[in-house]
Design a protein around this ligand. Structure first.
Ligand code: TYD
Ligand code: MG
Length: 452
C-alpha cells in the first residue's frame, strides 16, 4: 500500500504546512496544528458539480428563476433572501447549545408539511433523542425521516435511495469519509465531506443544510475553508443565558447579507420575534441618565435600540475604555469630538458603552445617540425618554444626514416616541411624519443646548 502523504493543518483556519508549527502564520492562533492525511478522493471540482470546459456567451446562458421553499418562519426566510433555493448548500454555524438543531428540526418539519420529502441526518443524537425533541416541539407529521449516521458514504446511499428534497446534516464535525485517514471534525475531513455534499446537492436538485459548531475563536472548524465552499453561511448567535437568538447571514449567493432574524427560545422551541424594537427596549430605565434610544437599520428593517454609557472618575493614571456592541475606534472618535467640540472634559474618565440586547451596531447613524449617552452620563442629566436620536457625527462636530430616515422615524413613532433629534439634512423628508416633533440640528453644541 502506498504511504499516505501527511501534512499539518491549522484547525482554526485551514492553513497547511509540511511540518508542525507552534503558531499559525495565517491566523496567528497558538497550538492549532494537527497532523492530517491527504485524501484518496477524486477531483473535488467535479464533485462540486461545476461544469468544465464549456465556453458560452453570457447572453446565451438561460437564467431560470430559482424556486424557493419557505422555511415556515418569516424571519428565517428573510435572512435567506426569501426562502430556501433548491440545489443550494447552506451552512448554519453557532455555539454548541445555542439552538441550531432545534431551528433546523423546525425547518425540516415545516418543509415536510409542504409535501416535501425531508431527511434529517444526525451524527450527534440517536433517532430516539430526535423523537423526544420532536415531541417537545410538537412536530413530526409528514414526510420527515431521520437517520442517525456519521459515515458519509452510507448517508449518500440513503440520499440516492430516498431522494429527499431537503437534507439536514447535523453536524458536519461528526460526519466522516472513510477515504480520509484524519479524525472526524478535522479540517481535511470537514472539507472532504462538505465537498461531497456540495456535489450531491448540486446534481440532485435538493437543498442541504449543514450544521457547524463554532470553535473558541468564533469560527466554524475549517471555517474559511467551509465558508467559501458553500452558497450561504448563517450564524445563529445569542447569549446562552438570554432567551433571544439572532440569525445572521454572513454570506449569501442568493440574497443580501444585511438581514437578521430574531427568535426567542421557549420551552417548546423557537418562536419568531415579530417586533424586535419591543424586545430591545424591554426593561429600559425611563428616568436614568446615560441611556438613549436610536433607530438603526438591520438590513431593510428599522430596529430601535438602547445605548447606555457610563462615564466615571478614573482613579488610576490611565482611562479605561470598554465598549460592547460598538467599534472601539468609533467610540474613541466620538469621545474626542465631545471633548474638543462640546467642551466636555471626559477624556480622562473611565468610559463604558453598551448596546443592550447583544446587538452589534456598525452604522454611523448611531453616532449621535452614542455621543448623547456619553454626555448624559457625564452631566448626570437624563435625556427625555420619549426622544429618539438619529444622525452621524463628523470630526468637526457637525451632524450629518443618514439613509432611510423615514423608516426609522416611523418605527420610533410606532413604538411611542414623540420627539426626534435628527440632522438638518434629513429635516425636509421628515416633514411627512405626522404627530412627531422633529428637532433638526447642525452641530453638537446645538444638541447639547437642546438636550441638557
Ligand atoms: P439545541 O438545538 O440542541 O442546540 P445546538 O444544536 O445548537 O447545540 O438546543 C439546545 C438548548 O435549547 C438546550 O439547552 C435546551 C434548549 N431548548 C429549549 O429551551 N426549548 C426547546 O424546545 C428545545 C428543543 C431546546
Ligand atoms: Mg445540536
Amino acid at each position: 500500500m502506498a504511504k499516505l502523504k501527511s501534512k499539518f493543518v491549522c484547525q482554526e483556519c485551514g492553513y497547511e504546512t509540511a511540518k508542525w508549527l507552534g503558531r499559525c502564520p495565517s491566523c496567528e492562533e497558538w497550538n492549532t496544528f494537527v497532523e492530517e492525511f491527504e485524501s484518496k478522493g477524486n477531483d473535488p471540482k467535479s464533485q462540486r458539480g461545476i461544469s468544465k470546459g464549456v465556453i458560452e456567451k453570457i447572453n446565451n446562458i438561460t437564467s431560470t428563476k430559482k424556486e424557493r421553499i419557505s422555511t415556515g418562519s418569516m424571519e428565517m426566510d428573510r435572512v435567506l433572501g426569501g426562502g430556501i433555493i433548491k440545489s443550494s448548500l447552506i451552512l448554519v454555524g453557532g455555539d454548541p447549545g445555542i439552538g441550531k438543531s432545534t431551528l433546523l428540526l423546525q425547518v425540516a418539519d415545516h418543509a415536510a408539511k409542504q409535501e416535501l420529502k425531508v431527511l434529517y441526518v444526525s451524527g450527534e443524537e440517536s433517532g430516539e433523542q430526535i423523537k423526544i425533541r420532536a415531541d417537545r416541539l410538537g412536530i413530526g407529521d409528514g414526510e420527515l425521516y431521520v437517520l442517525a449516521e456519521t459515515n458519509i458514504d452510507i448517508i449518500i446511499e440513503y440520499v440516492e435511495k430516498e431522494k429527499p428534497d431537503l437534507l439536514v446534516l447535523d453536524s458536519i464535525q461528526t460526519i466522516y469519509s472513510p477515504q480520509v485517514a484524519s479524525a472526524p471534525g478535522s479540517v481535511t475531513q470537514v472539507r472532504e465531506v462538505t465537498s461531497m455534499v456540495m456535489g450531491m446537492t448540486k446534481t440532485r436538485n435538493m437543498a442541504t443544510f449543514i450544521v457547524g459548531h463554532v470553535t473558541k475563536s468564533g469560527a466554524i472548524a475549517g471555517p474559511r475553508v467551509l465558508e467559501h465552499m458553500v452558497d450561504t453561511v448563517l450564524y445563529f448567535e445569542g447569549e446562552r443565558h438570554f432567551s433571544y437568538r439572532i440569525l445572521r447571514a454572513v454570506k449569501n449567493r442568493f440574497g443580501s447579507t444585511n438581514e437578521i432574524g430574531i427568535f426567542e427560545m421557549r420551552d417548546r422551541g423557537l418562536i419568531e420575534v415579530e417586533n424586535p424594537s419591543e424586545v430591545f427596549l424591554k426593561g429600559r430605565p425611563l428616568d436614568a441618565y446615560g441611556t438613549v434610544v436610536t433607530a438603526a437599520m438591520e438590513g431593510t428593517r428599522p430596529v430601535l435600540i438602547e445605548i447606555q454609557a457610563l462615564v466615571t472618575y478614573s482613579p488610576v493614571g490611565f482611562a479605561n475604555r470598554v465598549t460592547t456592541g460598538i467599534d472601539k475606534n468609533r467610540a474613541s472618535m466620538l469621545i474626542a469630538v465631545l471633548e474638543k467640540k462640546a467642551g466636555l472634559s471626559i477624556q480622562s474618565s473611565d468610559i463604558f458603552i453598551n448596546v443592550t440586547g447583544g446587538l452589534q451596531i456598525k452604522e454611523p447613524a448611531c453616532d449621535l445617540a452614542i455621543l448623547c449617552a456619553l454626555a448624559s452620563s457625564f452631566k448626570e442629566i437624563p435625556v427625555d425618554f420619549k426622544t429618539v436620536l438619529i444622525g452621524e457625527v463628523g470630526l468637526t462636530g457637525e451632524i450629518r444626514g443618514v439613509n432611510s430616515i423615514e423608516k426609522r422615524l416611523l418605527e420610533a413613532k410606532k413604538m411611542g416616541f414623540e420627539r426626534a433629534v435628527i440632522a438638518e439634512a434629513n429635516a425636509e423628508i421628515s416633514k411627512e411624519i405626522k404627530n412627531m416633533e422633529i428637532i433638526p440640528v447642525n452641530n453638537i453644541r446645538q444638541v447639547m443646548e437642546i438636550l441638557f
